[in-house]
Write a protein that binds this ligand. Structure first.
Ligand code: UDX
Length: 475
């Protein structure tokens, strides 16, 4: 992509849901648009804006400016455990954002700007940020909806009525979780009950709030002028044409982090560049710890398992211990990003001598790392992940085979696609036992290493091609 220095009057306002997994890809898009000459306003909540500004010095540029709207007061959803009341928490958050942020947001949409900045002509709103989509519609600004999850997940949510019709949800009592389900067009023969987005497991009746939640995710997709996914066509050659026949135009513009990385390289090369480098993928809401780097540099090629469960997933003390033992018993080296709040009830963990010594010998645990950089390191040979969409794309592009241990929502279906459709990893869903962890690690690092590495390399190649000059990237 080149800087066209367009004199266009286009001014795009981009507004993500306030969470790292949403801010990162949408900020990548903001950077790309501003680099192409489009005036771009990026809107965070105040607390996210403060945290990002503190860690990375986000400052306004000639065609990219950052603004904030007040934070919403979050309702108590019962804590972040696997079975917390996500719908209630989500609905409360939506309501408080609507009441707390609408005024400031509307002002940004309609304000008269001074200097060369034209008024806002288009909004790109997060597909799960209801008030942002609705308010833009009310003031008559065309809106594109950016869905930060995978297309396959969005399509599963769209299939809720069909899944109800086929008697798949609510799940019958004591049903077979491994049974292949009907009802998701284009995914026949692929999905088992356990691979459906986790909210479907929690549905008790057709009136259930989880149904309202999933239908809500889908309904926002159909009211915009177009839908944007951080994905690429070669990933879903069957699914995307089906989705296109039901939805407004779909643009697959990813993997965005490849594009922003190439901008950063060209920024360094061209000193006169007007928009100096911010790398959205290096903009983190958590403090980075770089002590891992020296350790990683000293490990042999493809010898290390990198473990991270993103920004939301929570493990029980038992799961943490089983994973830890499995890693040690595998005999392989590991680098584990253990977020401060990763384990709920971590005071219950008893660290044995075996765990301590095994880690000292072959492991490294840090709180937070720049993940893209770690995945691209020559020493990393396997990614044990929660299958969040950003992590899945990052692992795929880096050509690192995955072991998936999904936590909730879209991660259940992403992990199935990783193992059964894209064949770039193994799915350990719903099981956390040290023997299985060890077996999975050995399979990825030893027995199936060649096969998995070559299919992941193929996928990485397709991802890169999609964002080349004549690739499928369209924006
Ligand atoms: C959430 C949902 O969990 C996910 O399923 C959805 O697709 C997006 O929103 P999250 O759990 O944070 O996201 O996972 P993911 O989408 O993988 O994003 C995590 C981001 O944090 C990645 O970009 C990753 O590079 C970054 N990260 C993670 C770090 O930079 N350092 C770390 O140590 C761990």
């Amino acid at each position: 992509m080149e800087n066209t220095s367009s004199s266009s009057d286009a001014h795009v306002l981009i507004i993500p849901f306030p969470a790292q997994g949403h801010v990162t890809p949408m900020l990548s898009l903001a950077k790309l648009l501003s680099f192409s000459g489009v005036f771009t306003t990026f809107v965070n909540t105040e607390s996210i804006h403060r945290r990002l500004s503190g860690s990375s010095g986000l400052t306004d540029r000639r065609r990219l400016r950052f603004r904030a709207v007040p934070d919403a007061l979050t309702g108590d959803g019962g804590g972040n455990t696997r079975d917390f009341d996500f719908p209630s928490r989500f609905f409360n958050l939506q309501e408080s954002m609507r009441s707390g942020s609408t005024e400031a947001y509307k002002k940004l949409l309609t304000e008269e700007l001074i200097g060369e900045w034209p008024p806002v002509t288009c909004v790109i709103a997060d597909g799960i940020l209801d008030y942002a989509i609705e308010v833009a519609g009310e003031v008559g600004i065309p809106t594109l909806v950016f869905r930060t999850s995978s297309p396959c997940c969005a399509w599963a949510f769209a299939s809720v009525p069909s899944l109800i019709h086929h008697g798949i949800i609510p799940f019958p009592e004591e049903c077979d979780m491994d049974e292949i389900v009907k009802g998701v067009e284009g995914m026949e023969g692929i999905l088992r009950r356990r691979d459906l987005p986790s909210f479907m497991r929690m549905v008790k009746s057709t009136e259930d709030k989880h149904i309202k939640l999933m239908n809500g995710f889908n309904s926002k997709l159909i009211i915009g002028k177009a839908i944007i996914f951080n994905s690429f066509d070669a990933l879903d050659p069957t699914l995307l044409p089906i989705m296109s026949s039901y939805y407004p135009p779909i643009f697959t513009i990813g993997p965005l982090h490849i594009l922003t990385k190439s901008l950063n390289i060209s920024n360094e090369e061209e000193e006169e560049q007007q928009e100096p480098g911010i790398n959205p993928s290096l903009i983190s809401l958590l403090q980075e710890d770089r002590t891992y780097m020296t350790w990683l540099d000293n490990q042999p090629d493809q010898s290390v398992i990198y473990i991270s469960f993103g920004t939301v997933a929570v493990l029980s003390p038992e799961q943490f211990i089983e994973l830890w033992h499995g890693l040690i018993n595998s005999g392989h080296r590991f680098l584990w990003a253990v977020r401060e709040d990763l384990v709920k009830g971590k005071e219950e963990i008893e660290i044995t001598k075996e765990m301590e010594e095994g880690t000292k010998e072959r492991g490294c645990m840090v709180e937070w790392v720049p993940q893209e950089e770690v995945l691209a390191h020559r020493a990393v040979g396997c990614f044990l992940t929660h299958s969040g969409w950003n992590s899945t794309l990052e692992g795929m592009v880096a050509g690192v085979p995955m072991i998936c241990f999904p936590y909730f929502s879209d991660q259940m279906i992403n992990s199935r696609f990783v193992s059964e459709v894209w064949r770039i990893g193994l799915d350990m869903k719903d099981v956390c036992d040290r023997n299985i962890v060890e077996r999975m690690v050995r399979k990825v690092m030893e027995e199936s290493a060649l096969e998995l590495r070559s299919s992941t390399a193929r996928m990485a190649d397709l991802a890169r091609k999609s964002v080349e000059e004549n690739g499928t990237f369209s924006c």
